[in-house]
Design a protein around this ligand. Structure first.
Ligand code: SF4
Length: 440
């Protein structure tokens, strides 16, 4: 990995060397008198450039079938709309990529920055043929300066891939594949409205390995309605048999308006209670860490060196540009989102040349708050002093009480200059975040 890239480091991230660490010297344990500490607030916030690397996200908002729990920006579309969308995406990337995003001087700089990751997400990118996804990647390469060892990820769903289509993607430079298996229990898959069975999910994963993917992630979903711990263990066991490099284990959130929510409202399904969900979270941590995976983010586990660089870039508050319907971008405290509806997105790009639905330039304090919230999702935690200095702020003036309370309740622990969430802090991330939100 080139200098400034993300993600191959161990759990300590960019923390100070161990010999300089330890609770006694931690700024979080031993308070300094008021007025001491970082005083960067007297100087203007430094302008951050994405010289350290940039991520590119490309959204493919179509699926073959809408899952029962899904409230993501995805829909079932006919061939005409899918083709129009691809044409529009190319227009956004090729003709207008830098132009459409050139909202500020900083963002035009971003278009010239070194790209360290590309993520094809959805929706289901693999509803498109690999040839079509390859064309999109080629355009990105034409426009942006791509690192030689950039991580190029693609989400794929069982039922939309074959070994041949995966091989074509791999040959096109996609070097990380994320397979949405969700469960290895057919009844659960039916409940979730997935288009595939457990054995089809396993076949897709094996096909990805056969196609050459040496970096493979499996998405799973835990805390399903009425799911027992034994059922979840079965899914984890099946996943481990397939030896993924990375596992994302998300707790199901029942979103209003989804078919699953309506089933719950009608009393046909009983959501798992908080105790059951917490038990599964702890169980997942114990089982996967015992199997050699690092629990590096609340829902994410990886073998050493196999963390998702692109997602780390989000959690570490780095810069990224999003392309496609509803895609978010964030550069130098400016955050903006494309129009979400695929048809409206196509019309606006092709006819109006403008596609921003909303944008916001975060004040330094708000930007720091977001960076802290995101960083505390990671096991490596945050260096509050360094993070605050990046925004020209003194963390003590904002978060002294929050840090005290979080440490007193064992949600956070100090490790030298860094504050890390404990396992309890990861489990109770909402409570942890609330301490920081209400202290501002
Ligand atoms: S495959 Fe993913 S994005 Fe598509 S409907 Fe299912 S959950 Fe939503």
């Amino acid at each position: 990995m080139a200098a400034g890239g993300y993600g191959t480091e161990g759990l300590n991230g960019d923390a100070a060397p161990k010999e300089t660490q330890g609770a006694p010297s931690s700024p979080y344990v031993r308070k300094q008198p008021a007025g001491r500490g970082l005083d960067a607030s007297r100087s203007a916030p430094p302008r951050r450039r994405p010289a350290e690397g940039l991520g590119i996200y490309i959204h493919f908002p179509f699926c073959l079938h809408k899952c029962a729990y899904c409230d993501f920006n995805s829909e079932v579309a006919d061939d005409d709309l899918r083709a129009l969308y691809l044409r529009t995406l190319k227009a956004e990337l090729s003709r207008d990529g830098p132009t459409l995003h050139r909202r500020t001087e900083d963002i035009s700089q971003a278009a010239k920055a070194r790209v360290t990751s590309i993520y094809l997400g959805g929706g289901t990118p693999t509803v498109y043929e690999s040839r079509e996804l390859t064309e999109i990647l080629a355009l990105v390469r034409d426009i942006f300066a791509l690192d030689e060892d950039a991580e190029i990820s693609c989400e794929a769903n069982p039922g939309t891939v074959t070994e041949a289509s995966l091989r074509e993607l791999h040959q096109a430079g996609v070097n990380r594949i994320s397979i949405g298996a969700q469960s290895f229990n057919d009844a659960e898959l039916a409940l979730l409205g997935r288009i595939h069975t457990a054995s089809e999910a396993a076949q897709a994963i094996q096909a990805a390995r056969a196609a050459g993917f040496a970096n493979l992630s499996i998405d799973l979903m835990r805390a399903l309605p009425e799911q027992s711990l034994a059922q979840w263990e079965h899914t984890l066991d099946k996943a481990l048999e397939l030896a993924p490099d990375h596992l994302s284990c998300y707790g199901l959130s029942i979103e209003p308006g989804t078919p699953l929510a309506r089933q719950v409202e009608r009393g046909e399904l009983v959501p798992l209670d908080d105790y059951g969900a917490a038990e599964m979270f702890i169980f997942t941590h114990e089982k996967l860490t015992a199997a050699g995976y690092e629990h590096y983010e609340i829902s994410n586990f990886a073998h050493p060196g196999k963390r998702c660089h692109h997602n780390l870039l989000y959690w570490r508050n780095k810069s990224y540009l999003g392309f496609g319907a509803g895609a978010w971008s964030y550069v130098d405290r400016e955050r903006f989102r494309n129009i979400a509806g695929p048809e409206a997105y196509c019309r606006m790009v092709l006819e109006e040349g403008e596609l921003t639905a909303e944008s916001e330039c975060l004040e330094p304090q708000a930007a720091l708050g977001e960076a802290v919230m995101l960083g505390l999702r990671l096991a490596e935690g945050v260096d509050l002093a360094k993070l605050g200095a990046g925004f020209g702020l003194d963390w003590r003036q904002l978060y002294d009480d929050a840090v005290d309370k979080a440490m007193a309740t064992s949600l956070l622990e100090a490790d030298g200059e860094r504050l890390r969430p404990t396992l309890r802090g990861m489990l109770l991330n909402n409570e942890l975040a609330a301490l920081f939100i209400y202290s501002r």
